[in-house]
Design a protein around this ligand. Structure first.
Ligand SMILES: NC(=O)c1ccc[n+]([C@@H]2O[C@H](COP(=O)([O-])OP(=O)(O)OC[C@H]3O[C@@H](n4cnc5c(N)ncnc54)[C@H](OP(=O)(O)O)[C@@H]3O)[C@@H](O)[C@H]2O)c1
Length: 330
């Protein structure tokens, strides 16, 4: 499966033409927090003539949120008749329901919401069948082009054997603060204050966020979901393990691994000490690093900012640019 899901089969029903004359593209934004706020600023700064954000869904009204543009009911947002839906909501039932609504509305979709996209593989299939674009580059690796690279390698006919990485910037940031002597709660609060961690950080700490990313990578690398997933959480016992690792000059890292074996595709997220000089151990704070191992011994290493407003918004914006290019011929 490639990342960009433009329909390619002439036999598929295509209720929406590939290139619409409409420009600027009418968009709605679901969620305007850390990521959504960055996307809104980016559209204002660099895509103003190409995209208009007609309506924005948030959980509450507050100062600076113009009534008539910010809404708390999803129905009011979709009444704007969007051609593009940008999903920057937290994971949950609402995000899943609105993804379905977006699909049924015929709009193209750009999503930062890795958990929902991972849980609902049918959405990608249905989007392709209906001729809608679905892109979710921001869902894995922040500014790192992980899905794009994996899809490109596979498209070149090269087999991918394994993908290993630090794919959760929040956990990496928390582990670095623990290594400096902070307590677990203090480290989590610091990650939240900087916009790396959501209000509920459990998906990051328990490894579920990294596992959802591995699912998306597995679809791009192997065309299927992992057959087995094992998780290890950051918890009250982790500061002690961070100290033990540091005593030997190592750093404890949340390492996500995807491996093709004879038994199928195996995914794991575990806390592992990494030696100095190991690129997966040397990533700092919210950075991510991903190593893609290909048949024949080739490896590709990607490193960069994996979380936070700017890194994530820049990935969402590049997906929006791709939709504009496909729909408006720019
Ligand atoms: N933060 C990152 O570094 C990062 C990186 C990659 C992917 N992501 C993904 O991006 C998505 C957004 O993350 P974020 O960090 O931007 O989250 P966030 O800062 O918590 O923002 C969430 C936004 O959704 C709105 N919202 C929440 N519940 C709602 C509800 N019931 N009804 C209407 N609006 C609701 C919030 O409204 P209010 O503004 O009124 O509170 C807020 O605008 C998530 O799926 C996350 O996994 C985040």
């Amino acid at each position: 499966m490639s990342l960009s899901l433009l329909v390619s089969s002439p036999a598929s029903p295509t209720p929406f033409p590939r290139v619409l004359p409409e420009r600027p593209l009418r968009a709605v934004l679901l969620g305007c927090g850390t990521v959504g706020g960055g996307v809104l600023d980016g559209i204002r700064q660099s895509l103003a003539g190409d995209v208009t954000v007609e309506a924005i869904l948030v959980s509450r009204h507050r100062k600076g949120r113009a009534p008539g543009r910010f809404f708390t009911e999803a129905e009011s947002v979709f009444a704007a008749g969007p051609r593009l839906v940008i999903d920057c909501l937290p994971d949950g039932e609402l995000a899943e329901r609105l993804l379905e609504l977006a699909l049924q509305s015929g709009a193209d979709i750009v999503s930062a919401n890795k958990a929902v996209i991972a849980r609902r593989p049918d959405v990608a299939v249905r989007a392709r069948e209906r001729g809608q674009i679905l892109r979710f580059s921001a869902a894995v690796g922040g500014e790192l082009p992980v899905l794009e690279t994996v899809s490109r390698v596979r498209g070149e006919g090269r087999a991918i054997l394994a993908v290993a990485g630090v794919v959760n910037g929040t956990s990496n940031f928390v582990l670095d603060r623990l290594a400096e002597g902070a307590g677990l709660d203090t480290a989590i609060r610091a990650a939240q204050a900087l916009g790396f961690a959501e209000a509920d950080p459990s998906a990051d700490l328990e490894g579920r966020d990294a596992a959802a990313k591995l699912t998306l990578i597995a679809r791009a690398a192997f065309g299927r979901d992992p057959d087995s997933v094992t998780l290890e959480a950051i918890d009250a016992g982790t500061p002690g393990r961070v100290r033990e690792a540091a005593a030997c000059g190592y750093r404890l890292r949340q390492i996500a691994i995807l491996r093709a074996t004879n038994a199928g595709v195996e995914a794991s997220v575990s806390l592992t000490p990494r030696a100095p000089g190991d690129p997966l151990g040397d990533v700092r704070d919210e950075e991510n690093a991903v190593r893609i191992s290909c048949e024949g011994g080739d490896t590709i290493l990607l490193t960069g900012r994996g979380a936070g407003r700017e890194a994530t918004a820049s990935s969402v914006l590049s997906d929006i640019r791709a939709v504009i290019a496909a729909r408006c011929g720019r």
